[in-house]
Design a protein around this ligand. Structure first.
Ligand SMILES: [Zn+2]
Length: 316
């Protein structure tokens, strides 16, 4: 394993955004759906990774999960990669519930729910073929010439019905390990040490997709978000008050000194402006700018500028 999957920035940001968006907000429904889909996508990918842990082969191989690569001004995102001595496989992981019917000639993907209602969805084959082209060019630029292939994986072990022969292999997460185990690399285009070298180079070139600040990403007016520092213990959003040098939750009584740290993290996920002393006061509900200054000073941030115009940045 050369690269693990980590919680996507988009998902962490959406959790924060959903909590700060008032229920009556015009984008509330859309954001809750985004959160639901992003969370489902991520858990489907983790499910796939769990199955892939079992894969052992008698040929050298490398596995990399979740890569965002850049080539000639275009970013492309790969759910999972499997490198063997004679080819590289891109797995495109799909999160769809229900039964899936795939037909070749013409290629169609159909989702059928338990009421028998069916819905066509966009073929993931074209999507993965585009990524295959990209990766081929990316590797070519580094003088690695090896066939790149794609496979489609349905994450939730859906009931599948495949008619005809689609252009790419289609499996469920459960079947994917068997597919990779049964590969029989015919020639050694790359040696074991090359596999490792390519995997390291790919992992090093990964640039995590950064959608922050989310209010800009989703075209939401920053002032429409709820302000305040939330209690981390209460399950319903409860705003904490700064009193007697501590944050205090009026709901559960929890007291702690560094609750604002989570608020600062959320600021950088959501807000488009600079974090000044005044902005910090407005966002957290702190009334005294000297208290704010003290809290900001011990928040592991980098202060830029001096006096009234100074602001704080995350240390990269
Ligand atoms: Zn509480």
């Amino acid at each position: 394993m050369h690269k693990h999957r980590t919680v996507p920035k988009l998902l962490s940001g959406l959790f924060a955004l959903e909590r700060r968006l008032p229920r009556h907000h015009e984008k509330y429904k859309f954001i809750t759906e985004e959160l639901y889909n992003t969370r489902a996508g991520y858990s489907g990918e983790l499910e796939y990774d769990r199955y892939m842990k079992e894969v052992q082969t008698d040929f050298p191989h490398a596995v990399l999960h979740d890569l965002s690569l850049h080539h000639e001004g275009v970013y492309f995102q790969i759910d999972s990669l499997f490198i063997t001595p004679d080819s590289i496989f891109i797995s495109e992981i799909k999160n769809r519930a229900d039964r899936i019917i795939v037909t070749a000639n013409p290629t169609q993907f159909l989702q059928v729910n338990n009421k028998g209602e069916s819905q066509l969805f966009r073929s993931p084959i074209a999507e993965v073929e585009r990524k295959v082209q990209f990766l081929r060019k990316w590797l070519g630029r580094r003088n690695v010439n090896i066939p790149v292939k794609g496979i489609i994986v349905f994450a939730y072990n859906n009931q599948m019905q495949i008619e005809g022969e689609p252009r790419l292999p289609i499996y469920t997460s459960y079947e994917a390990p068997t597919f990779f185990r049964s590969l029989k690399p015919e020639k050694k285009i790359i040696e074991k040490r090359d596999i490792s070298r390519i995997a390291i180079e790919l992992a090093r070139s990964h640039r995590e997709y950064n959608p922050y600040p989310l209010v800009t990403h989703y075209k939401i007016q920053p002032h429409t978000l709820k302000k305040g520092v939330f209690c981390s213990t209460c399950t319903v959003p409860s705003i904490m008050i700064w009193t007697a040098r501590r944050w205090e939750c009026r709901l559960c009584g929890k007291r702690e000194s560094d609750s604002h740290m989570a608020g600062i993290e959320e600021w950088f996920m959501l807000m488009p402006h600079k974090l000044t002393n005044q902005a910090f006061c407005e966002f957290t509900g702190i009334k005294d700018r000297h208290t704010a200054k003290r809290l900001l000073a011990r928040s592991k941030l980098k202060q830029q500028g001096i006096g009234r115009g100074s602001y704080y940045e995350l240390i990269p």
